[in-house]
Ligand binder design. Structure first.
Ligand SMILES: CC(C)(COP(=O)(O)OP(=O)(O)OC[C@H]1O[C@@H](n2cnc3c(N)ncnc32)[C@H](O)[C@@H]1OP(=O)(O)O)[C@@H](O)C(=O)NCCC(=O)NCCS
Length: 191
């Protein structure tokens, strides 16, 4: 029986190379750097977070999601480093009735290709299945976001389908690809 996470203490997660910690308003510049980068926004339909004020609003909104028990977002920092946030990852849109939650990740381009998103995602998936009463963890990306898709595949997710022309992104409709990992599949991963 899973002991439900009660949101009383923020769960700091540690991996071989990373510490995933709560974001604070002091991380506004880092959030700005990530979410104003054209490379990061390439496959997202988000407006750029290009001022410290917008970054503070975003951090406050994420804190509100935590407060409302609908999602948990972590700042990604490098172990043994200066505590600077180099990316974000999260479990969000927790649907308690249907027992699923979404996984997401975003990193500064300078940190891409080091396996950090996969490492952080593994930690979130392990924590999520251990701490939340979820039956599935799901993720999705715009078709063409091959790095994101690769992260899902490396984490053991199964491709579930495409919604055609589902999002309006950068002036055109784009297809969206869906992936999922079921609790019993997670339990047999690596065996
Ligand atoms: C998606 C993202 C978080 C991946 O971060 P990362 O730390 O570089 O990911 P990892 O290093 O763990 O894994 C990336 C994998 O994709 C592969 N990859 C990267 N770019 C690729 C491309 N253009 N085509 C195919 N594969 C690619 C890498 O080779 C690696 O796979 P491998 O380990 O088998 O070689 C990062 O690219 C990012 O922040 N993108 C912008 C935000 C975003 O789109 N987030 C996802 C929203 S759905």
């Amino acid at each position: 029986m899973t002991t439900l996470f009660d949101f009383s203490t923020f769960p700091i997660l540690t991996t071989d190379r990373l510490i995933l910690r709560q974001l604070t308003r002091a991380d506004a510049d880092a959030i700005c750097a990530i979410f104003s980068s054209p490379e990061v926004l390439r496959f997202l339909n988000n407006d750029p977070v290009d001022t410290p004020e917008k970054a503070v609003s975003m951090i406050d909104w994420l804190a509100q999601n935590y407060h409302n028990h609908t999602g948990i977002d972590w700042g990604i920092t490098v172990r043994g480093g200066d505590n600077r946030v180099i990316g974000m990852c999260g479990l969000y849109d927790w649907d308690r009735e249907n027992r699923h939650i979404d996984l997401g990740y975003h990193l500064l381009p300078a940190e891409w290709g080091k396996g950090y998103a996969t490492e952080a995602s593994h930690a979130l998936i392990t924590w999520g299945f251990a701490s939340l009463d979820v039956h599935r963890i799901q993720a999705d990306c715009t078709a063409g976001n091959d790095a994101s898709e690769r992260v899902m595949i490396k984490c053991g997710f199964t491709f579930e389908g495409i919604r055609r022309e589902h999002f309006w992104e950068h002036g055109r409709f784009v297809d969206n690809k869906y992936y999922g990992l079921l609790r019993h599949e997670y339990a047999t991963l690596g065996s």
